[in-house]
Design a protein around this ligand. Structure first.
Ligand code: T46
Length: 134
């Protein structure tokens, strides 16, 4: 499975760092929604779903966490610990997020508004959908 990180150019100077996120430039889709998770409790794993259509870019604004990404054939674990590196998450990728540091603020840019019908929350159904589409 190909893991796609996007390098986000940091405009650093003596005052600190600044990163701009621009639709169609360093963000490869129309940004319809932004959400972020923070104050994640110790030992928690989130996610456990895939999306039918949604594409997202995950950026750890502070702290770190890990993602398990699963395309139905391969599973890859990645560490998000750099606010200048965004993880692109395509549709039909099962994701689980864990090992959140206490200070972790994970921001996600999404190409659609929230839509519960876009979620596949059953792993067996996910595997069936992937097998049928290939
Ligand atoms: C994803 C991973 C990375 C909303 O009302 N609006 C929203 O835009 C979102 C994302 C969630 N919610 C509600 C739905 C639930 O009642 O917030 C609650 C927590 O959402 P959920 O359990 O889906 O959170 P995660 O961390 O399991 O998954 C989220 C996204 O939902 C999902 O699309 O890819 O982060």
């Amino acid at each position: 499975m190909e893991i796609q990180f996007i390098e986000l150019q940091s405009h650093g100077d003596s005052r600190g760092s600044l990163i701009a996120l621009e639709e169609g430039e360093n963000v490869p889709f129309k940004i319809k929604r932004v959400y972020y998770m923070f104050d994640t409790k110790h030992g928690v794993t989130r996610g456990f779903h895939a999306h039918k259509k949604l594409k997202q870019l995950a950026i750890p604004m502070k702290g770190s966490c890990r993602f398990l990404l699963d395309d139905g054939n391969d599973k890859v674990e990645v560490l998000l610990d750099d606010p200048s590196k965004g993880l692109l998450i395509d549709s039909f990728i099962w994701r689980e997020m864990f090992d959140f540091t206490k200070d972790c603020v994970l921001m996600i840019l999404a190409d659609s508004l929230y839509d519960e019908s876009d979620y596949i929350r059953d792993y067996e159904e996910f595997l069936k959908r992937v097998a049928n589409d290939s």
